[in-house]
Design a protein around this ligand. Structure first.
Ligand SMILES: Nc1nc2c(ncn2[C@@H]2O[C@H](COP(=O)(O)OP(=O)(O)OP(=O)(O)O)[C@@H](O)[C@H]2O)c(=O)[nH]1
Length: 347
């Protein structure tokens, strides 16, 4: 009992998904000594559900990955694993006896009847009812703690990540961009089968003439538009792109590494998805988008300012369009900005 309480105290002290996963792996290893253990984050998409093995214990020992930046090497469609698929379908614990006498048991962690995590354990011996109840209690506690964390990090209106968490996520991405740079594009290419000129991108999306919507229909309907827009956003972007409500009618998307043309196509698809959506009382709404490449030397302000410049260009030139900062510079439609270190950015 004391062991369990100590682990619960350690989990409760963490305020970051990766750290919570780490403390949860320690607890499960210590209390239940599984042969194998995987904590999966689950991303339910429009077409398929993806699971990301973000922490656990396997033949190579304990492993821990950044829970906010799913690494494609360790992501897979849930359908590839029949027991995970069954757990997703039944939304309750599932059990499978293995040929070697061990058994595999998977518990879903649910939010509003959707799985957000799966805890997958292979255990060598039969589980007493007591231990099973302890395990289920610990997993329920884990789910509640994650829910509390998410509640603190989410924008209350739209449920997207809030402005508050943006800097932390951006610094993590900048760190990843810097390490990709250090290891070279060759590594990046091998790791994720990307085009050699792939980069992270930051896009600022702003609803066009939102003031008219508020003025003509009232703030409540304006809020409804913001909620619907966030839903379109979730459907339109990939599971591993990070989405934020930055404030007011401004949203930010941090795109996983891709080349400029693909980033432009992704953002154009979102712009077009918004244009096609009927926003209940308001009808059709459009967005303007500016985007820029994340540089490893950037501060959050640097990259936002570049994306903002592209956004204002899109606004000045007719709205309902996507503008790339680097492209505007190349085309001579914007002047290159001085960056913090006094160097002029070169493209
Ligand atoms: N309903 C609602 N309105 C908000 C919220 N936050 C900001 N706004 C409103 O969003 C409007 C933004 O207006 P502007 O910045 O003038 O821009 P715009 O009318 O969208 O025009 P362009 O961006 O130039 O296309 C203001 O009227 C704000 O009051 C919110 O949480 N809910």
């Amino acid at each position: 009992m004391l062991g369990l309480i100590n682990h619960v105290v350690r989990i409760s002290a963490r305020r970051d998904r990766t750290e919570i996963n780490s403390a949860m792996v320690d607890a499960l290893m210590d209390l239940f000594a599984p042969e194998r253990l995987t904590i999966y984050r689950c991303y339910t998409g429009k077409r398929k559900t993806i699971v990301f093995a973000c922490a656990g214990y396997g033949p190579q020992g304990q492993f821990l990955r950044n829970a906010y930046l799913p690494d494609h090497h360790f992501c897979q469609p849930i359908d590839r694993d029949p027991l995970l698929r069954q757990c997703r379908k039944e939304l309750s614990a599932v059990l499978d006896y293995q040929e070697d006498g061990s058994h595999r048991i998977i518990f879903p962690v649910l939010r509003l009847d959707e799985p957000i995590y799966f805890i997958d354990l292979v255990l060598s011996d039969e589980f007493s009812a007591d231990r099973r109840v302890t395990l289920m209690g610990l997993i329920e506690y884990f789910g509640n703690h994650i829910a509390l964390l998410d509640y603190g990090e989410a924008d209350t209106l739209t449920g997207l990540a809030s402005r508050k968490t943006f800097d932390k996520h951006l610094f993590e991405l900048l760190g990843q961009a810097a390490s990709d740079e250090l290891l070279g594009n060759e590594h990046q290419f091998a790791r994720r089968t990307l085009a050699p000129d792939s980069n992270h991108w930051l896009a600022v999306c702003d609803i066009d003439h939102f003031k008219h919507i508020n003025d003509n229909f009232g703030h409540l309907i304006g809020d409804e538009v913001l909620i619907m827009l966030s839903q379109v956003m979730r459907q339109s972007f990939r599971f591993d792109d990070q989405l934020f409500r930055f404030g007011g009618e401004e949203f930010i998307a941090l795109l996983q590494p891709t080349d400029r043309a693909s980033a432009q196509a992704t953002l154009d698809r979102f712009r077009s998805d918004v244009e096609k959506t009927v926003f209940s009382r308001v009808g059709h709404v459009t967005v303007s988008i500016g985007f820029s490449q994340l540089l490893s030397c950037d501060t959050p302000t640097d990259v936002i300012e570049r994306a903002d410049e592209a956004l204002y260009y899109a606004k000045r030139n007719g709205r309902n369009q996507v503008a790339c900062y680097e492209q505007l510079i190349t085309d001579g439609r914007l002047a290159a900005r001085e960056i913090a270190k006094g160097e002029v950015e070169l493209f």
